[in-house]
Design a protein around this ligand. Structure first.
Ligand SMILES: [Zn+2]
Length: 268
């Protein structure tokens, strides 16, 4: 997504238009096939951009490309789309759920409150952020209530069911009512996909929050519960600053943060 505003939006890009990624995970397991965490935009969105609400299509200046879809990248890695047997969602916003229709046989795991909000469509923003045609082909769903264990300062954390691989749903409310982070333990280290709980690495990886004004505005516009989102960010910041070696936290849309993780270089 390349919204107008350049560095005022993403903090780094030189020029008029910012660069936001829609970052998904593909987890290869021994017994559970492939597990996808979030799906970004899907091939049907590329072919028919009107699946996305006009307001967000234009405001976010979305660049639809088949090569950027999860299904295309799964194939590029030598897998079949049917190898993706589970999809775990941080939430159901249009830029996270669009790829569901490319994997109609996968089991979709999401918080119950998120699914309910997406079905009720309460108000102007909800009818534009949640797009039912993105997930109406999905036949298999598993819903989660926030009633699990404590985990690293977060409450009501529950394991994703039906997997050998330990993956946790970590409620991170605020951006949407059923928003969750997805945690996976890999080679003894936890990784947490925080979805849209924050948008810029400066919001949680520094003792004092820093966020470019464009992203501040966008987050505020999209907040389902502003106080809950601020509280979620404060807890993520505490976690990020105390578990530097054992915890990698990443959000959905920060291209610089993604480059940093991919390069594996020490955080600045
Ligand atoms: Zn998003």
């Amino acid at each position: 997504m390349c919204p107008f505003g350049g560095p005022l939006f993403d903090g780094t890009t030189l020029g008029l238009f910012a660069n936001l990624v829609c970052h998904c995970w593909l987890i290869e397991t021994d017994r559970d096939g492939l597990i996808l965490v979030d799906t970004g935009f899907g091939s049907a969105d590329v072919e028919n951009p009107s699946r996305i609400a006009s307001f967000f299509r234009h405001f976010n200046n979305i660049k639809f490309k088949h090569s950027l879809t999860a299904v295309s990248q799964v194939k590029q890695l030598g897998f079949a789309p049917s190898d993706v047997r589970h999809i775990v969602l941080t939430h159901l916003d249009f830029d996270h759920a669009g790829g569901l229709s490319d994997f109609p046989d996968a089991m979709v795991h999401v918080m119950q409150t998120e699914y309910t909000a997406a079905k009720i469509l309460d108000g102007w923003r909800a009818t534009r952020r949640y797009r039912e045609m993105q997930w109406q082909r999905s036949r298999h769903w598993r819903f989660y209530e926030p009633d699990g264990e404590q985990w690293k300062g977060f409450s009501s954390v529950t394991p994703v069911q039906g997997l050998d691989q330990e993956i946790l749903m970590v409620p991170l409310p605020g951006h949407t009512s059923g928003h969750a982070g997805i945690a996976v333990c890999s080679q003894g280290h936890w990784k947490l996909h925080a979805g849209d709980a924050y948008f810029h690495h400066g919001e949680i990886h520094r003792p004092r929050r820093h966020c470019p004004p464009g992203l501040r505005f966008y987050q505020r516009m999209m907040d389902q519960d502003h106080a809950a989102r601020v509280s979620t960010q404060n807890r993520l910041r505490a976690l990020a600053l105390t578990e530097l070696d054992d915890m990698q936290i990443i959000c959905s849309h920060d291209a610089a943060e993604l480059r940093h993780v991919q390069s594996n270089s020490p955080r600045q």
